[in-house]
Design a protein around this ligand. Structure first.
Ligand code: NDP
Ligand SMILES: O=C1O[C@H](COP(=O)(O)O)[C@@H](O)[C@H](O)[C@H]1O
Length: 508
């Protein structure tokens, strides 16, 4: 039997850093979600491992805090009870053998009890990067099954801080864990709309045919969060917005959006294409022309703090909480198409979307019509809509902009289970599907792309970010920057959600 099938039937799942924030908010809720949907292996044991001293009761209370069930959801409560019966906890240091020896024993007992021929072990490192290598080494030494079965290791971002540290991390991991055993999570790859990109692009001839420099005028990928770094300022100060979201999540989305068609749906075929297009990205990102940086100040009404008000942030820090970066891809398909990745915290709304703007139609027949735009909203409320020009209904021959709208909430019933990103990725890992995980060569190129820029930004004489108030749309220079990078704002005859005749204006 292949390891793939075996992990579907039975597995021991070990969560390192089980006392932490990620484990509580994402890892355990995802495991619980999979359990409720019958997507965990039929025979499974879940072991938490961390240094914190907790009784089993405290541990179970902690890991279930974020389960999505209400008090009066009897079925949900039953699932929770059954799920927690599968969970146990080991409190031990990460850097000495004792806890790992106990872990090995618990897994062996579980396998013996269920008469498993082979042991299947999934280790999830919900740990700060400083602990990755210690745990990876100890696991290899004490708990790797070797010829007894198969093992997988899930590693969380950040995978390094720059090219050099990413290489060092990789050099330490590689002798211990093969690329085949490693699963580097970028949780954006588990989001429904991101997974839909392959189908949208390669399953629709009409889009595939127009997906190139001949028809596309510009590409934007936007990440907006309505909250600041409250409580995480100290951590964020060494990271900044480019490392936090752009170098990983947005770049991954862009890669899927711009790669060539994979030869098959084999995970390596997909990752090969991602790497190929990444190699065609221009690494020479100009600080003067291609980058707009910002940092948030207090909100206009004074109720929300400035980034620098956080006591854990270095006084006078120039850390970037907003960044827009103009990128170029030098290949036959994309040469000359402006691309902007932009991300900001403490903005006016929470939203992540892709916006593809098509070229203007030929002049002559119309004096001026808006450009078509294809928008794929990743969150909240998944949607795909295409802005099209249409004749204004009635006697008028004027044009108006409307849209073909595939808003999921209107098109798919609530009975569809759209898994959370972590649910989807843990399931992929259990099934041995690497397609939505970051390969070592992808990681290397993503750092090659952004490290030179980060070095310029973080140099002692690096730029001072533009300031923007908490709750605003970002630096005032934003619209001008977008215009410079090929985005033309629609004429104002676009009305949402309902077009009314009084506001229509003649276009022909
Ligand atoms: N929080 C989130 O939502 C997200 C987090 N991540 C990434 O996931 C990883 C874990 O994040 P998160 O759970 O927030 O981290 P935490 O800071 O909560 O750490 C997790 C656990 O690791 C242990 N730990 C903390 N510091 C150290 C240390 N210096 N050395 C050894 N062990 C330590 C602690 O457990 P104990 O002391 O009990 O052993 C802690 O409970 C990080 O790499 C983070 O960047 C990625 C995306 C989102
Ligand atoms: O990795 C990160 O992502 C989150 C945003 O994730 P989302 O799934 O809520 O869109 C971001 O808040 C965090 O700063 C970053 O580290």
């Amino acid at each position: 039997m292949s390891p793939l099938v075996e992990f579907k039937n039975q597995a021991s799942i070990v969560v390192f850093g089980a006392s932490g924030d990620l484990a509580k908010k994402k890892t355990y809720p995802a495991l619980f979600g999979l359990f409720c949907h019958g997507e965990l292996p039929a025979t499974v044991k879940i072991i938490g491992f961390a240094r914190s001293k907790m009784t089993e009761e405290e541990y179970k209370k902690r890991i279930s805090e974020h389960f999505k069930i209400s008090e009066n959801d009897t079925q949900g409560q039953e699932f929770k009870t059954k799920f927690l019966e599968l969970c146990s906890y080991i409190s031990a240091p990460y850097d000495s053998d004792e806890g790992y020896v106990e872990l090995e024993k618990q897994i062996d007992d579980f396998d013996a009890h269920h008469s498993h021929d082979k042991t299947q072990r999934l280790f999830y490192l919900a740990l700060p990067p400083s602990a990755f290598i210690t745990v990876a080494k100890q696991l290899k030494k004490n708990v790797h099954p070797r010829e007894k079965g198969h093992a997988k290791l899930i590693v969380e971002k950040p995978f390094g801080h720059d090219l050099k540290s990413a290489r060092e991390l990789q050099a330490s991991l590689a002798p211990l864990w093969s690329e085949d055993e490693l699963y580097r999570i970028d949780h954006y790859l588990g989001k429904e709309m991101v997974k839909n990109l392959l189908v949208m692009r390669f399953g629709n001839e009409i889009l595939g045919a127009a997906w190139n420099k001949n028809h596309i005028r510009s590409i934007q990928i936007t990440f907006k969060e309505p909250f600041g770094t409250e409580g995480r300022g100290g951590y964020f100060d060494d990271i900044g917005m480019i490392r936090d979201v752009i170098q990983n999540h947005l770049l991954q989305v862009l890669t899927l959006l711009t790669m060539e068609r994979p030869v098959s749906n084999d995970p390596e075929a997909v990752r090969d294409e991602k790497v190929k297009v990444l190699k065609a990205f221009d690494t020479d990102i100009s600080l003067d022309d291609d980058v707009l940086l910002g940092q948030y100040t207090r909100s206009a009404d004074g109720t929300k703090p400035a980034y620098l008000d956080d006591e854990t942030v270095k006084a006078g820090s120039k850390c970037v909480t907003y960044a827009a970066i103009g990128m170029q891809i030098h290949n036959e398909r994309w040469e000359g198409v402006p691309i902007v990745l932009r991300a900001g915290k403490a903005l006016d709304e929470g939203k992540v979307e892709i916006r593809i703007q098509f070229k203007q139609v030929a002049k002559g027949l119309f004096t001026d019509v808006n450009r078509n735009e294809l928008v794929m909203r990743i969150q909240p409320n998944e949607a795909v809509y295409m802005k099209l020009n249409n004749k204004t209904p009635g006697l008028s021959l004027a044009t108006t902009t409307s849209e073909l709208d595939l808003t999921y909430a209107n098109r798919y019933s609530k009975d569809f289970w759209i898994p959370e990103a972590y649910e989807s990725l843990i399931r992929d890992c259990l099934l041995g599907n690497h397609a939505n995980f970051v390969r070592d060569d992808e990681l290397e190129i993503s750092w090659k792309l952004f490290t030179p820029l980060l070095e310029k930004i973080e140099a002692a004489d690096g730029p001072t970010p533009f300031l923007y108030p908490y709750g605003s749309r970002g630096p005032l220079e934003g619209p001008e920057f977008m215009k410079k990078h090929g985005y033309v704002k629609s004429e104002s005859n676009y009305q949402w959600p309902l077009t009314r005749p009084s506001e229509e204006k003649s276009k022909i």
